[in-house]
Design a binder for this molecule. Structure first.
Ligand code: AMP
Ligand code: MG
Length: 491
C-alpha cells in the first residue's frame, strides 16, 4: 500500500498552523509510546464528523494512533507552552502530560486540535510523570460528551486507550490516554506566557493568530486586539451563563483552564450540583471555595482581567489609555452574563418575553430551593411536567404561593401553554451526569473491566432533553449519604 492510500484509509488530514508560530510557544516532541495499547472507547460519530475512517481506526491502527505509538501521517507533535494563575498564584505551566498531534481539517473545512492527554513527560512536566489514570480520562470522556449534548461549548472526547502500564498515585492505577478534540488549546495562560516570557512581537503574533483562527471577522477592525478581547468576553459570558443554568461546576477555573475559543476545557474535579446551593464545591483541593458554583461568574471576570493585562501593550501605546479600554470592555462581562443567564432562566420557567417582575420571581424560587435543599435539575423537571409534588418544596405554603405567581405570569403571556411547555422541555435537561452514576460507571470500568454501565450512561446522556421513559431511572437521586461527594484532580 502506498502512502496515499494509507491517508485515505484513516482519513487523517492535518494542517498544523500552531507549529508555524514562533518557537517560544511550543516544544516539538513525540508522545512516549506505551506498552500495550488497547482502544476501549471510540467516539465513532465524532470520528466520522472529523472525516476519519471509523472502520480503519476501530482496529489496532486506531489503538496505536490514540496511544501515541504511531504518529499519524501529517501530524507534527508538540507540547504547548503556557503559564497561568493557579488558585490565584502565577506560575509557568505548559503541557506536562499532553501532546498536540496537529490540526485535523474536516471535510467541511473546519479545523480541530487533536491532542493526546496522558502521553508522557515533556519539558513542562516539572515533577509529574506525564501520565494519566484510566478513571479520570473516562470521567473527562463522559462529562465532556454530556456537556456537548447539553448544548454547551466544550472540547470533545474522541477515544480512550489503556496503556497496559500502571501509574503510581496513592495506589497503582491503570494508565490511559485520552484523545481530546478542541477548536484550539489557546488559553488565557498562553497569553500570560507570551506577555511574561515572549517579546511584544510574539504577543502580537499570538493575538493575530487567535483572531484569524477564532474571530476572523474582527481582524479588520480599527483596534483588532480590543475586538479580540471583547469577543472573548462575550463568549465567556455566554459559556458561564450556560454552566450556571445546568448547575455545572468546573472546579478548577485557573487561567490556564480557560480557552479563548469559549469552549469548556480541562475536566478535572468538575461535577454537577445536585441540591441547589451557590456555595457548592466538590473539589478536594478547593478548600477555600474559590471555585464554588456561585463564584464562577466572578472568577471568569477575574480571569478575563488577567487576559486584559496580558493584552495591554497591544491595546494602546499609552498604558493609561490601554487600561481604560480594557476596563470598559471587561465591564461588559457582567452585563452580558446577567442578560444571558436571565434569558436562560426565563426559558427554564417557560416565560416568553421579558417582564420586570421576572427577576424577583426567579430569585424567590432559587432562595426557596436553597432553603429546602431542592435538587436543581429535578426541580425544573418537576415544574416542566407540572409535578410540583415531586420537589423537596412540596407542601410548603411559600412554594404554593410562588406557583400561583408563576402561573399568573404564564397566563398573562400570549404564547399557549403548549409553547411554554415546549420551551421548558428544551431548556431543562432530564438527565445530567449525576455524580453517583458517573462513579458507578467508572467503578465498573476501572475495577471490573465492564464498560457496559458507562455505555448505557453515555447513551442516556447523549439526548438530555428527550425526557424519554428510559431516562427516568437516571433522574433518581442517590441514597442519602453522610459523606459529602468529593472530586479529585486525578493527575
Ligand atoms: P491541570 O490541573 O490539568 O490544568 O494541570 C495543571 C498543570 O499540571 C499542567 O501544566 C499540566 O500539564 C500539569 N500536569 C498535570 N498532571 C501532570 C502529570 N501527571 N505529569 C506532568 N504534568 C502534569
Ligand atoms: Mg489545565
Amino acid at each position: 500500500m502506498n502512502e496515499n492510500t494509507a491517508i485515505l484509509k484513516t482519513g487523517w488530514n492535518f494542517d498544523n498552523s500552531y507549529a508555524r508560530l514562533p518557537d517560544v510557544f511550543f516544544t516539538r516532541l513525540a508522545p512516549t509510546p506505551v506498552r500495550s495499547p488497547k482502544l476501549i472507547i471510540f467516539n465513532e460519530r465524532l470520528a466520522a464528523s472529523l472525516g476519519l475512517n471509523v472502520q480503519a481506526l476501530r482496529s489496532d491502527e486506531g489503538a496505536a494512533a490514540f496511544a501515541g505509538n504511531r504518529i499519524p501521517e501529517g501530524a507534527e507533535p508538540l507540547a504547548q507552552a503556557y503559564a497561568g494563575h493557579q488558585f490565584g498564584h502565577f506560575t509557568m505551566l505548559g503541557d506536562g502530560r499532553a501532546i498536540l498531534l496537529g490540526e485535523q481539517i474536516t471535510p467541511e473545512g473546519e479545523r480541530f486540535d487533536i491532542q493526546l492527554k496522558g502521553s508522557g513527560r515533556t519539558p513542562y512536566s516539572r515533577g509529574g510523570d506525564g501520565r494519566a489514570a484510566l478513571g479520570p480520562m473516562l470521567r473527562e470522556y463522559i462529562i465532556s460528551e454530556a456537556m456537548h449534548a447539553l448544548g454547551i461549548p466544550t472540547t470533545r472526547s474522541l477515544a480512550v486507550v489503556t496503556t497496559g502500564q500502571g501509574i503510581q498515585r496513592e495506589t497503582e492505577l491503570p494508565g490511559a490516554v485520552l484523545t481530546r478534540v478542541a477548536s484550539s488549546h489557546i488559553r488565557v495562560g498562553t497569553f500570560q506566557y507570551a506577555a511574561r516570557w515572549g517579546t511584544v512581537q510574539d504577543l502580537r503574533t499570538l493575538a493575530d493568530y487567535t483572531l484569524q483562527r477564532h474571530f476572523p471577522e474582527a481582524g479588520a477592525d480599527d483596534n483588532r486586539y480590543l475586538s479580540l478581547f471583547r469577543e472573548v468576553v462575550r463568549r465567556q459570558a455566554s459559556l458561564i451563563a450556560k454552566w450556571q443554568l445546568v448547575g455545572f461546576i468546573h472546579g478548577v477555573m485557573n487561567t490556564d483552564n480557560m480557552a479563548l475559543s469559549g469552549e469548556t476545557i480541562d475536566y478535572g474535579p468538575c461535577a454537577f450540583m445536585d441540591a441547589f446551593d451557590p456555595a457548592t464545591v466538590f473539589s478536594s483541593i478547593d478548600v477555600q471555595g474559590r471555585y464554588a458554583y456561585g463564584n464562577q461568574p466572578y472568577i471568569a471576570a477575574w480571569n478575563l482581567a488577567r487576559l486584559a493585562e496580558a493584552l495591554l501593550p497591544l491595546l494602546h501605546d499609552d498604558e493609561e489609555q490601554a487600561v481604560k479600554l480594557a476596563e470598559e470592555a471587561l465591564a461588559d462581562f457582567t452585563k452580558q452574563f446577567q442578560s444571558q443567564w436571565l434569558a436562560g432562566m426565563r426559558a427554564k420557567l417557560g416565560l416568553a418575553g421579558a417582564q420586570a417582575e421576572d427577576e424577583i420571581l426567579i430569585k424567590d424560587l432559587l432562595d426557596m430551593m436553597q432553603k429546602h435543599r431542592a435538587d436543581y435539575t429535578n426541580t425544573f423537571r418537576a415544574l416542566t411536567f407540572a409535578k410540583p409534588e415531586e420537589t423537596a418544596m412540596s407542601g410548603a405554603s411559600e412554594f404554593t404561593e410562588w406557583q400561583k405567581r408563576w402561573r399568573e405570569r404564564l397566563s398573562g403571556q400570549r404564547e399557549s401553554e403548549d409553547v411554554s411547555q415546549q420551551l421548558m422541555r428544551s431548556s431543562n435537561p432530564a438527565v445530567i451526569p449525576r455524580n453517583h452514576r458517573v462513579e458507578e460507571a467508572l467503578e465498573a470500568a476501572v475495577d471490573r473491566g465492564d464498560y457496559s454501565v458507562m455505555e448505557r450512561l453515555l447513551k442516556v446522556l447523549a439526548d438530555p432533553y428527550a425526557h424519554s421513559p428510559e431516562q427516568a431511572e437516571y433522574c433518581k437521586l442517590p441514597e442519602p449519604s453522610n459523606r459529602p461527594y468529593r472530586t479529585f484532580c486525578g493527575t
